[in-house]
Each structure stands twice: as structure tokens, then as C-alpha cells.
Design a binder for this molecule. Sequence first.
Ligand code: NDP
Length: 480
Amino acid sequence: MKIKNYINGELVTPFSDSYIDNFNPSVGEIYGQIPNSNNKDVEEAYQSAKKAFPAWSTTTLANRSKILSNIARLIEQKLDVLAEAEAKDNGKPLSLAKAIDIPRASSNFQFFADAITQFSSEAHESVGLGVMNFTLRQPIGVVGCISPWNLPLYLFTWKIAPAIAAGNCVVAKPSEVTPMTAYLLSEICIEAGLPKGVLNIVHGLGGTTGQAIVAHPNIKAISFTGGTKTGAHIASVAAPMFKKLSLELGGKNPNIIFADCNYDDMLATTVRSSFANQGQICLCGSRIFVEKSIYKKFKKDFILKVSELKVGNPFDANTNIGALVSKEHLQKVTSYIDIAEQEGAKILFGGKKVEVKGSENGYYLQPTIIEVNDNQCKLNQEEIFGPIVTIMPFSSEEEALQLANDVVYGLSATLWTNNLQRTMQFSKLLQTGIVWVNTWLLRDLRTPFGGTKASGVGREGGFEALRFFTEPKNICIKYE
Ligand code: NDP
């Protein structure tokens, strides 16, 4: 199947007529082709967005909201088709795509359809001077949205929905590794009555299509989610052009477990926070630190629970862990198992590729638990982004905090304790943008989302996203 770009409200072939193979990772086979778009396609997308901007930016909030709601509703209606496409393209269990990815993509549109009707700006009266200031929040113009492969439609819509809700027109690029649901979204946008040019989706490689969006002189803001190295490159291109930048990057998140936690709840959630989506969620807790007094028990129970997870074809209803997204990624992830051996770490469970019956060429790996004794090892310092976690004991609160913060990343942290004082202290001192206490991945779309340190700059979510996608302008009126 050959998919198309979505430019000026139409599905079009790329100028070069060149295509990239698209793989189904669960069987390791090519099943489609995607446009290998170049500068010309991006320019065409930009021109169509530019043309659409004056009308879209002055469309009433009620109308914008209605169109976004239409898109949300259509995503919901097409749940099965979209979930199947996501599982096939990405390798994730169909059950996960049905329960999380697609419903969340729909809620992203519905949330910003509602949020834009509640968004407001500020007024400041300079009392006694006869002066009133008010602040406009104006759309930026044409903006770029670039997203990764791990939660394809979920993260793509998390950027596009606030951008268009705020009145911008968008040139967007999904990951070339998982383009399918973005393509289906273009069909949905046409059906939902989104005016031509408001959203343009250009498929292609990061280094060419993505680069052309980032380097385009008139695309004034870039919202990017992806790896830290790519984020640094994007910043080096966009910053000298004074573009607004939102960078949601990698993570190496600590999961800190104290003996006073609700043990069963912690254990079940820790299995999820380690291996959901094959460990390919930027928020997965990949460094597990456990208080010494329960370390032995945790180790035994955790290994047992993880050994019960079924690695299998995404379309098998019993599958807990599907395929990794690509052959290259599988190779990268398994290279850390070799590193574990070189670093003298102990593989407690897993570490081997899995041959799934009927899908022998798919990219499957066992969920893997590695015991480390030094937080400075590569396994604890580098983002692996796969089904591999490390575990390590700690003796005191001070040590746990030091271990948690001693990493370049700062996306999220999970804390398991019932001690209120400790909860408050850790919440303040953890160097991350998100802290979960006695839970994981519980999201309220109104809350700020993003990381510190090498995990990024800026925040998505709620009004933070609408603020990012608008330019504040202060008007100062002297009336006396
Ligand atoms: P990449 O950084 O490789 O790619 C992300 C996107 O950027 C893709 O669409 C990619 O295209 C594109 N891209 C690559 N190079 C350029 C460039 N020079 N200019 C513009 N765009 C470019 O990340 P992955 O897709 O491998 O995703 C995994 C990473 O994403 C992990 O590090 C993970 O932690 C992070 N992530 C962060 C999240 C957060 O919220 N903080 C959430 C989810 C993931 P192409 O695919 O064609 O290379």
C-alpha cells in the first residue's frame, strides 16, 4: 500500500515520486510505502498553510471547537481500524492500541476543542495612572510539529490539536517508521470538514523532510518530540532563527520504592511502568531503586511477575509484549545486553530474542531485568528505550535521592511510599518535570507535561500548550 501526503486538503504524491519501504515489525516484512518527501513538498505544504492562515486564525472559537470535536468523534468511531493500523505499523499489542493510543488521540482533539473555548488572556490596570494593559494571545502563523514512533497517533495529535485550536496552520511530520495512522488522520480531517491547508502532513525522513520543516525560514515555531540528540540538533538549527521551540526529549526515569508502600499495588504497577509498549514509552521507569529491607523480596516477586508476561504477535489477544518497532531498534536495545555482560551486571531475567510461532522474522525480545551495583554504568546512564530495566538497592532517603538525580535526564520519576513528609521532600527535590507518587502514567490533560535537563525545554498539556502556540502581545492604553 502506497500512502500519500496531505497538502492543501488533498492526498497527493511526492514531487520526487520516490518512496520509502514501510515495515510490519511483528513479521519483519515490508507491507507498504511512504512518500520520501523533500524540500519542494515541504514548501508546498508551507504555502498551503500560509494561504489558509488568515481565514483559520479568524474562525470563531465555536467553529474551531466544532471541527476539532468532529475529528475527535471520527477517531473514536474508527477505533478498530486505527488500532489495527497502529499495531501493525508499530508492533504494539492491539489491546494496548485499542485501550490507550487511539482513545487518547481522540481525547487530545476533544480536550483542545473544549480548552480553546476556556482560554483567556490577562489584563493589568496600572491603578492611579489612568492606564489599562491587556494582553492578546495571537496565533503564531505556520508552525511545525514533528513526532516519534513510539506512540504514533497519540503524540502526533497531542501537538496538532493545540496548534490548530489556537488558530495556527500546521506542517507536520510523523515518524517515517510509523506513518500509517497519521495518513488515516488526513482522511479523517477531510471527512471532519477541516478547511484546506489548516493541517498539512508531509511524510519522509527526519534528515530531509524533518530538517526542511525545522530550517524553513517562515515556519515560526517547532514542537518536537523525539530523542535528545535530535532535539539538540533541531535547537542548533532553529535557535539562531529565533523560532519558538518546544522539545520533549529522552528520559531515564527512576522508580524509587520504599518499604512502607502498598506492596501489591507497587508490584503490579512496576511491571507496567517497566514494560508497557515494550518499554518504549519515554515515561517508563527504567531504573528501579528499592529500599534494602525489601530488596530480596521485591527481586523474587518482580522476576516471577515478569516471567508471566507473554511475548507474542500484537494481534494475539493474550500478548502482553509485542514486537520492537524496527530491526535497527532491536539491535540497539540488545546491544545493551552485551554491555551488561561487559560491565559485570547480572541478568536476572530475559535478555534473549524470542521466536514467535508464525512470526519468526519479527523483532521480539524478552522483558529483561538486570541487577546493577553502580548507578554510573551505561545501563543506568543511557536511554535504552526498550524492555530492559535495572534494579539496585538503596539504604537511605539521601542515597535514593542522590541516585535518582544523578543522571543527565530529567523527565519523570515515580515514588512509592506512604510517608507524607518524604513524599513532599522528594517531590520538591527530584530533578524531573513530572513526579508520580503511588501511581504511574496517570494523566490529567490539563497538567503541564515535559522534562528538565536533557529531557527537554518547555511544557505541553492544557493551557501550557495553548500558550506555546500563541504569541502574547501587550496593549497599553492611557485613557486619562
Ligand atoms: P528521533 O529523535 O529519532 O525522531 C523523532 C522525529 O524526529 C521523527 O519524526 C524523525 O524522523 C524526526 N527527525 C529526525 N532527525 C530530524 C532532523 N534532523 N530534523 C527534523 N526532524 C528529524 O526519535 P525516535 O523517533 O527514535 O523516538 C524515540 C525518542 O523519542 C526517545 O528518545 C524517547 O525518549 C523520545 N520521546 C520523548 C517523549 C517525551 O514526551 N519527552 C515521548 C516519546 C518519545 P524519522 O523517524 O524519519 O527519523
